[in-house]
Write a protein that binds this ligand. Structure first.
Ligand code: GDP
Ligand code: IMO
Ligand code: MG
Length: 430
């Protein structure tokens, strides 16, 4: 029986989803992105060569695998072609293997202007978005005024829709934010030029994926961001503007919930977060500095330093629930090498009580004091180890405890950025 697997980030993003999706692509016929946009930055390292992808599925480096951008993704055509051309220059076939849903909303230059103007206006309350126009593009989708890729195929309809939406955006930009407006004719000309290039890539992705299933091939759905950045169940308002949890894999490709068979949640052996918002286990000490330095914790998209902290099992249990995780992939174990003592947060203390669930009222997050249990670290390097039995005993105990707290098994342990630096305990497609 073919199997369809969703791979999602189970923390606040940058868990190493791209690396794991690339690794597992050897077993699938197609890989689909289903939400987010080029706010994502997924890093793949193969034999030392690094590739960063934002919009194109992380399966693209495997020749012959179909790559799909589903209706749930907001598409910047500029970012899409830049990324595709970068890959083509490196000898990777993209244009005959990539299909994009005509239902995808287009990210316009005015969305970027609005995203940035709003962040500027928020001052200290800014979310710390990636500034890619993601939020405003999703707002327009829900408001039913988006320009979708399909609209690009009819020039007159495009001009009309663009005219309406830019009128509105420019009103807000100039009158509300006192920001520069976006030129209609320039935007239209740009879209018309891009329309010619995108047309051959448009396809009914739901039908395409269904046909792949009929052929008996496995599918993979590649999440972007992380469960705690989900617009519904994440740390609102410090979230992204899409649903990042596993259920969206069906919604964002136009398949049904019964088309998903398993969900792999990717977590780091510790925690990071980029941008503002609650982060109970955040560290401001030498250990935080160690994680940042050894883990090279700088955003793949914006280069911003990522905040670092201990592993948070309260947050992980939430992610297990929201995504019906069937198993875990634990990354960056090697980054913990050399730390004397490791901590895992098992509860939050609030109002003098210890709870194993986050506070119901998100604004109370900042009052939570994490409750930790301590684990002995290891001195032997785990970097690059591919055999579980070769891991130091304390590393194995730490992983066993993560597994116990999650209540789901660990399938994969990653010990370095390279595709080869991985321990597969149980292949998620078996
Ligand atoms: P994604 O957004 O979830 O795909 O993750 P990113 O690519 O944004 O960030 C993960 C970073 O950690 C990248 O620089 C990866 O190359 C790197 N990485 C992934 N797995 C490991 C690992 O096991 N060990 C180390 N040291 N680095 C890793
Ligand atoms: P990947 O797929 C980490 C964060 C931003 C900001 C918030 C909202 O690489 O894991 P947005 O631009 O989406 O409106 O920003 O979400 N964010 C990410 N953080 N990894 C990502 O993607 C992210 N995409 C968005 O930093 O806090
Ligand atoms: Mg990333």
């Amino acid at each position: 029986m073919p199997k369809n697997l969703v791979v999602i980030g189970a923390q606040w993003g940058d868990e190493g989803k791209g690396k794991i999706v690339d690794l597992l692509t050897e077993r699938v016929g197609a890989v689909a992105r289903f939400q987010g946009g080029h706010n994502a930055g997924h890093t793949l390292v193969i034999d030392g060569a690094k590739t960063v992808l934002s919009l194109i599925p992380s399966g693209i480096l495997h020749p012959g695998v179909q790559c799909v951008i589903g209706n749930g993704v907001v598409v910047s055509l500029e970012a899409l072609f830049r990324e595709a051309d970068m890959l083509v220059q490196r000898g990777i076939q993209v244009y005959d293997r990539l299909k994009v849903s005509p239902n995808c909303p287009v990210i316009l230059p005015s969305h970027i202007a609005l995203d940035r103007a709003r962040e500027r206006a928020q001052g200290v309350n800014a979310i710390g978005t990636t500034g890619r126009g993601i939020g405003p593009a999703y707002e327009d989708k829900v408001a039913r005024r988006a320009v979708r890729l399909a609209d690009l195929m009819q020039r007159e309809r495009l001009a009309a829709r663009l005219g309406e939406i830019l009128d509105f955006h420019n009103f807000v930009l100039s009158r509300y934010f006192s920001a520069e407006t976006v030129d209609f004719q320039r935007t239209l000309d740009q879209l018309v030029a891009q329309a010619e290039r995108i047309e051959p890539l448009l396809a009914d992705v739901s039908v395409l994926l269904r046909n792949e299933m009929k052929r008996g091939t496995n599918l993979m759905f590649e999440g972007a961001q992380g469960a705690l950045l989900d617009v519904d169940v994440g740390t609102y308002p410090f979230v992204t503007s899409s649903n990042t949890i596993a259920g969206e894999a069906a919604v964002g490709t136009g398949l049904g919930p019964r088309d998903i068979n398993a969900v792999l949640g990717i977590v780091k052996a510790y925690t990071t977060r980029v941008g503002a918002g609650p982060f109970p286990t955040e560290l401001f000490d030498e250990t935080g500095e160690h994680l940042s330095r050894v883990g090279h914790e700088f955003g793949a998209v914006t280069g911003r330093p990522r905040r670092c902290g201990w592993f948070d099992a309260v947050a992980m249990r939430r992610a297990v629930m929201h995504n019906s995780l069937s198993s875990l992939g634990v990354t960056k174990l090697d980054v913990m090498d050399g730390l004397d003592t490791l901590r895992i947060c098992t509860g939050y203390r609030i109002d003098g009580e210890i709870r194993d669930e986050p506070p119901l009222l998100p604004h109370r997050f900042s009052e939570c004091v994490p409750v930790y249990e301590e684990h002995k670290g290891w001195t032997e390097p785990t970097h690059g180890i591919t055999d579980f039995s070769k891991l130091p005993t304390n590393a194995r105990s730490y992983l066993a405890r993560m597994e116990e707290l999650a209540g789901v098994p660990i399938d994969i342990v990653s010990t370095g950025p390279d595709r080869a630096q991985t321990i597969v305990l149980r292949h998620p497609y078996d």
